[in-house]
Structure formats: structure tokens, C-alpha cells
Design a protein around this ligand. Sequence first.
Ligand code: C2O
Ligand code: CU
Length: 501
Amino acid sequence: MVTRRSVLGGALAAAGAGLITTGALTPVLDAGSAQAAAPTDAAGAAGAVQPRPVAVPVPPPFSVRMPVLPVLTPVSTAGGQDTYAVTIKEVSREILPGGMAKVLTYDGCFPGPVLRARSGRKVVVRHRNTLSMPVAVHLHGGSVTQDNDGSPMDTFGPGTSRTYTYPNQQPGAPLWFHDHAHHMESEHVYRGLSASYLLSDDTERALPLPAGQYEIPIALRDAHFDAYGQLVYVMDDAFGRTTILANGRPSPYVEVAARKYRFRLLNSSNMRFFQLKLSDGGQMVQIGSDGGLLEHPFPTDTIGLSPAERADVVIDFSRYPVGTQIVLENTLGPGTPDQVGKVLRFDVVRTAADPSRVPDTLRTLPALAALPKPAVQRSIVLSMDEDGRQEPRGFMDGQAYDPDRIDQTVAHGTSEVWTVTNANKLVPHNFHMHLVQFRVLERNGAPAGPAEAGLKDTVRLFPGETVKLHATFASYRGTYVYHCHLLDHSAMGMMANFRVR
Ligand code: C2O
Ligand code: CU
């Protein structure tokens, strides 16, 4: 079996393990040294005169405006379903100002567009693959049949199309879709193949939350650029990816009115964990997570997001006078605070009426004690080589992913409790299951915090951490994967199959 080669080696796998302030781990590659590199390939191999590439530096923070992500329009709404046609293609887009970066896209959008769906109404998406590589499109957090899951081996090749059907028989949730082609998902997602899929339901629509232009999806990620503003993909490159992008632009500014906004945050990074706070320590109100709204909103001064996690957050800017600038900061490395500490800046530029409200009850969920009794309890251990070897391998229960091996067999209609542990000492992981949304019963033997009180499909696992998860497998039968969503790790083998039958 082919494995992805890691160029930097396992020592760097300690990605994200340290706080910025520890300073013990020195970046091996950073944007600064990349920019300092002289152009060496200005002339073509045959000696033909080529335009000299223009250096494109990472700009100072807040140089560019954050774009609003485009919303996909269906090609048809006939037959009780919304039908979309998406072309997967390589294009050039401006990420760093003055540069045109080659990116892989859904319909030319970097980052991907937003597909808005509603519970109970079917969505059909026909993807045409114009790349030179096979792809698979996975609806992350979606309850879908095996054929529509976009699992690692279920790819479609260059020049072909594939139609995915999403029944949307699940409560509203901020889902997203991204590439999942075996061993290529990590690089494909890094280069741009991810997009939001915001599923809403009647309960959510009835709430007086900020809406319209006051509800803003934001995809956060990191990236590593070369001196010419092109994305560099190196396996396990946690220390090189030190430019933070919000909706595809480096640490942008966002103009807001002095009123409440709802931000739909997605961490679409391959490996970066964010710990977000406002520069004035001001309050945010988290109202939702991966699997949709929480039962109750909770005020907080910090939001943590491991790769693939989502947070639905309301910020009330009415407490700031017009003219105030507030930075959304990130307090986690790798990378220095100068590189990765400033995610975006909110510029309060006007006043506006605000009829919106965050109700005390957003939805109802069963109490943890009232969840169905588990038929089976399992233990799952995540680990990877962290001894500095050249090609670290990733494992689930000591084994690398084998697409042909069924690792867990689950009886359809039953509930299970999975106790999942990160056995590493340095390397952070997280844990994602396809098909189901689960509840977090415990974290490190204690009740989980309010951010994890709702439905989840991805949970963070810092070194040595253990979570206890409750899932009910009552939707579809079939074979699905569970994996670490640090995609460089899943590409190294930290993935396994469960079969529901
Ligand atoms: Cu975001 Cu296997 O998934
Ligand atoms: Cu991992």
C-alpha cells in the first residue's frame, strides 16, 4: 500500500502541542525565510525567457477585507429537491494581495462556497471532476447512505462525474463537505477542496437570531506560502503553515455594525487548533457546535476549535462605540503571536437597528442520563510515531488504516459508548466519526464543558486526553470510517472502518 511521505519527519508532528508562548519549539520553515529565498527558477529549463516571478509577501494583518462566501444556487428546485451542479477545478485566486495562487476549488471558489439546505428537503449534487486526480466528496456530519458518503476508496476519476444525494433527514447543523480521496484528502483539502453546507431546520428558523447580512459564515485555516504567494504543501508541515486565512484572505478586517452578529465558524485547517478570544477580552456567546444549536447559549471569552470543528457564535458589537476595532485573536501555536495570533479584525463602522435576540432555550436535547443504554462499550486508542523518524505512521488501536479491514461491527439500531484516548505525549489529535452525531459523556473522567454539551461529530484530544462518546446507529447500514481529522494524520493511517449491520 502506498503511504504518504512526510518530508519533515515526526519531530514536527508535535504540531499545535505547544502554546505560542512556550517558545521551546523553533519553526523550521516559516513565511519569513521562505520570502527571503532568492528566485532560482526564473528562467525555464530550455533557457526560454520567462517573466521573472514577482515576490508576494504575507502582508501586515488587516490589509485586506474579508470576503463574504458565495452561496451556491441550485440548477433546479423541481421534484421536491434542490439539484446542484458543481465543477471541481483548478483555478488561480488572489490569496495574498498581489499574487495569484493556484488552488483546487468547488466551482472556482476559494474557500469553497456555501450550500444552504433545509432539513426534510433532499439535496442532490452532481460533481464534475476536471482535475488530474481522483476525488471523493464527503459530507462531514451528514447522515447519508454509504454510497453517498464519499468515503476514501469510493472516488471518481479525472474527467468523470459523480452524483451525491443528501436526504437531510437530520436536525439543522453546520455541515461541510470536503475531499476524502484516500491518501490525497490531506493535500486536496489543503489546496482548497472544502465548503460549507449549512443545514437549517424549522426550530432554528423560528428563533430570532441574527440573520441575513448579520449571519456570516467564516472558514478559518492556516497555510504555508512560498515567496511568490503559492501554497506549499508538505506533509505534516505544522510549523510551516503560519499564515492564518479567514475566508481565504490573510488576517483580514471585517466591517460590522454596532449590533449582534451570528458567526458560523469552521476550522477547515488540516492540523491547526485555534483558541479564539477578543482582544479586549470581551464576551462572545456560543450558541451551537458541530451538530447544530446547543440547548442553551453560554457566554464565554474563548472558543476552541480543532480541525473540522464548528462553532456558532453571537457577538454583540453594540457595546462598542462606532470607530472601535477589535481583533479576534488566536492564542495557540505553532507559530509566533505575530504570525498566527491575529485572525481577523472587526471594525465597528456604523450603528444599525437590532431586532435579533438570543433566546435562553435554543432547542431540546435528551439529557445525557436519558440516552439509550449502550449495547456495547468500546475503547479506541489513537497514536502516531513521535520519535522523530522520517515517515511517522498513524494508528488506530495500533494498526494503520486498511480499507479492506472492518475494525468495528455495530448492530443497527443500537447505541454504543466509545472511550477514545490520545496515547501520544506530544501530538494532539481529534476524533471524527462518519454517519453519526454523538454526545460527549465525559472528558478526562469529568463532565464535558458547555461547548461540548450538544451534538458533536468531532472532538479534540490533546496528548493524553480521553473522551467518552455516546452514539446511536439507527440511520443507515454500511461501512463508514472514523479517523483523526488532522488530515495529515489520517493520510498517515490514523483511520479505521466501522460497519453497521
Ligand atoms: Cu471531515 Cu472523514 O471527514
Ligand atoms: Cu491526529
